[in-house]
Write a protein that binds this ligand. Structure first.
Ligand code: NAD
Length: 299
């Protein structure tokens, strides 16, 4: 039997609709329109496409979006000063620094990302947000793994009690997904480059997530019959050809459900970013209101 194909578009539309409703609620309840600032440094063409896409999606949903484009030779100090300025701006609820940074400042990426106020960290990369995720009180969670969970929920695929296997242990996909799946009561195994007998471990997964960035790594024999296969990988194998980590054509004959590449989870990332901007704005509005009450209305 051929697997159900989980197309990202329909899930992304649902997630964006819920973000749109969130925007309306914030306007009604607090008189606030959420605002996102994306900082892009240099001229990386792929980054420019991603940033345009985020800007366009904000406009679609009624989120105020500002792109700060800085020259390639921007110093670390100048970038930190820009982040400080945005941290202090109460009309900006989300700040995102588009990666990768230019070679001259790339080594300082952690210091730069950690300068973002955790309450405005809509990428969910700040150690405060990572810590909250690990201890089970998530605030702002990285968009791609959060999108995988939303997709499973929207597709009606049970997580509780399932055996889940993740291939990849990066900070932006594998590790946060481990905590999200564990919080939903899955039993999770994380595989990486030093995992022995990868095929055998992968076959245990009723939910198998491939996030290795290696085209064709996951072959049909690594899939448990009927498993849900989520392919996070995006690999360019020719100038105009993108593929995932999974051998899709063979895998769809074994899996119960599977995401394609392109057209799968990639589409959920921007949608989840919009949800994070709305969430960040809501948390900031609630915090300001609470402070206002503490000061007996002297806001
Ligand atoms: P990464 O390079 O930081 O991490 C890859 C992980 O895979 C590592 O932990 C490594 O140990 C593991 N790995 C690599 N080769 C392996 C092998 N042969 N066997 C077992 N494990 C192996 O990559 P990343 O940033 O986590 O991204 C992974 C993939 O997901 C990439 O293709 C990336 O483009 C894609 N991605 C997509 C989205 C999206 O859909 N929006 C977002 C982030 C990443």
């Amino acid at each position: 039997m051929t697997a159900k194909i989980l197309y990202g578009k329909e899930f992304a539309e649902k997630i964006k609709e819920s973000a749109r409703q969130g925007v309306e609620e914030l306007k009604k309840k607090f008189g606030v329109t959420p605002g996102l600032t994306v900082i892009i440094v240099g001229e990386n063409p792929a980054s420019q496409v991603y940033v345009r896409n985020k800007h366009k999606t904000c406009a679609e949903l009624g989120i105020i979006s500002q792109v700060v484009a800085l020259p390639e030779d921007t110093t670390k100090e100048a970038l930190l000063a820009k982040i400080d300025e945005l941290n202090a701006d109460k009309n900006i609820h989300g700040i995102l620094v588009q990666l990768p940074l230019p070679a001259a400042i790339k080594a300082h990426s952690d210091e730069i990302l950690n300068r973002i106020d955790p309450r405005k960290d809509v990428d969910g990369f700040h150690p405060v947000n990572v810590g909250k995720l690990v201890i089970g009180t998530p605030a702002l969670v990285p968009c791609t793994p959060a999108g995988c969970i939303e997709m499973l929920d929207l597709a009606g695929i049970e997580i509780d009690g399932k055996r889940a296997v993740i291939i990849g242990r990066s900070n932006i996909v594998g590790k946060p997904l481990l905590h999200l799946l564990m919080a939903r009561h899955a039993t999770v195994t994380v595989c990486h480059t030093h995992t022995k007998n990868l095929a055998e471990v992968a076959r245990e997964g009723e939910i198998l997530v491939a996030a290795s960035g290696k085209a064709g790594l996951v072959t049909a024999d690594m899939i448990r019959p009927g498993a849900t296969v989520i392919d996070v990988g995006i690999n360019r194998i020719a100038p105009k050809k993108l593929v995932g980590d999974v051998d899709f054509d063979a895998a769809k004959e074994i899996a119960g459900a599977i995401t394609p590449v392109p057209g799968g989870v990639g589409l959920l990332t921007v949608a989840m970013l919009m949800k994070n901007v709305v969430k960040a704005a809501k948390l900031q509005c609630e915090m300001r209101n609470a402070q206002c009450v503490m000061r007996n209305g002297d806001c």
